[in-house]
Design a protein around this ligand. Structure first.
Ligand SMILES: Nc1ncnc2c1ncn2[C@@H]1O[C@H](COP(=O)(O)OP(=O)(O)OP(=O)(O)O)[C@@H](O)[C@H]1O
Ligand SMILES: [Mg+2]
Length: 307
């Protein structure tokens, strides 16, 4: 990290790459700049990785990803000795293969543990030690000291409770926390517009405008449908626009054609049905939910048409 890069100019440069999120960016930046470790709590697709990538890129440090799941043992997090080489050469620092924790500590990166609450208890304990002491000792390797910019950033999906560990108060007590939610419709439309702008398929601008409006509206509607536990993130809207654009070319459909409606429905099925998680008690299917939302959207569109 370059010490004379002021936090304000860092914030301003990152803000230029983000749609909205100025408050969240400030809070995350203030926390990591203050040397704190942090948990980001929010559903998928709510800018967590985007913000962390931007901050680590600004600081010129690596963002080391690790997925929290039942297989993330302490040995996987810390590293292991290459067994074949141990047989030949015995244990040495040389044949130690660093895991993501040691890599992030040595390089002064952010260790980003996604779905933190899925990691086993003993793995979390290893992490707590690294966070508290900023160093760990590894048998037959020695002590690893964390470089100054090492941080632990965890993420959690608040709705995700299957197969997760109840995090102990001692874990929560060692982390700052920021909850991130979905952005408003205008911001989501801007994100979808930005992330689909490079698509090579040339679309008439009225078709593109309509697709952006519809994709964002139907994606947002998946989050409030009564049978849905967790709806689609903005990624669903991005994919919906891209799939619909290519379908409309295949089917030679313009925005004024009747065929536009089935292009929208088919794109929604492809882009959204796999991203909808139904309530356990729901007596329906994701395809059915998508169809209901589509019908609702067409009714709204018809009501909005003058004449
Ligand atoms: N504020 C934003 N500005 C620009 N693009 C964004 C913004 N938020 C999200 N995106 C885009 O939306 C997609 C998902 O965002 P991101 O990967 O940051 O989500 P996430 O919170 O890390 O999700 P997950 O929990 O699933 O990992 C990416 O394509 C990203 O570029
Ligand atoms: Mg992410």
């Amino acid at each position: 990290m370059n010490p004379d890069q002021s936090i304000m100019s860092t914030r301003d440069r990152i803000a230029q790459q983000l749609v909205g999120r100025s408050r969240e960016l400030e809070l995350v930046l203030a926390a990591v700049d203050a040397g704190r470790d942090l948990v980001l709590e929010g559903p998928p697709g709510t800018s967590k990785t985007t913000m962390l990538k931007a901050i680590t890129a600004e600081w010129g440090i690596p963002l080391v990803f690790v997925e929290g799941n039942a297989d993330l043992t302490p040995a996987k997090l810390v590293g292991h000795h290459n067994p074949a080489r141990v047989l030949r050469e015995d244990y040495s620092t040389d044949n130690f293969v660093a895991g993501p924790l040691v890599e992030a500590m040595r390089l002064g990166g952010f260790l980003y543990i996604e779905e933190f609450n899925r990691a086993p208890e003993d793995t979390l304990n290893t992490l707590l030690t690294a966070m508290a002491d900023r160093r760990i000792s590894i048998p037959r390797v020695g002590t690893v000291d964390a470089a100054g910019s090492f941080r632990v950033i965890a993420s959690m999906n608040p709705i995700d409770d299957a197969g997760t560990t109840r995090l102990s108060t001692s874990v929560h007590d060692r982390l700052c926390r920021l909850s991130v939610g979905y952005q408003d419709a205008t911001a989501e439309r801007d994100i979808v517009s930005l992330r689909t702008a490079a698509d090579p398929v040339p679309l008439p601008s009225d078709l593109r405008t309509q697709l952006l409006d519809d994709a964002v509206a139907v994606t947002r509607a998946t989050r409030t449908h009564p049978d849905v536990r967790q709806g689609s993130s903005v990624r669903g809207a991005i994919d919906c626009v891209l799939v619909a654009a290519h379908l409309s070319v295949l089917r030679r459909v313009t925005v004024a054609d009747d065929g536009y409606r089935s292009v929208l429905l088919d794109a929604m099925i492809v882009a959204l049905s796999g991203r909808i998680h139904l309530d356990d008690a729901a007596q329906t299917t994701p395809e059915q939910v998508v169809r209901e939302i589509w019908e609702e959207q067409l009714l709204l569109a018809a009501a909005a048409t003058p004449g």
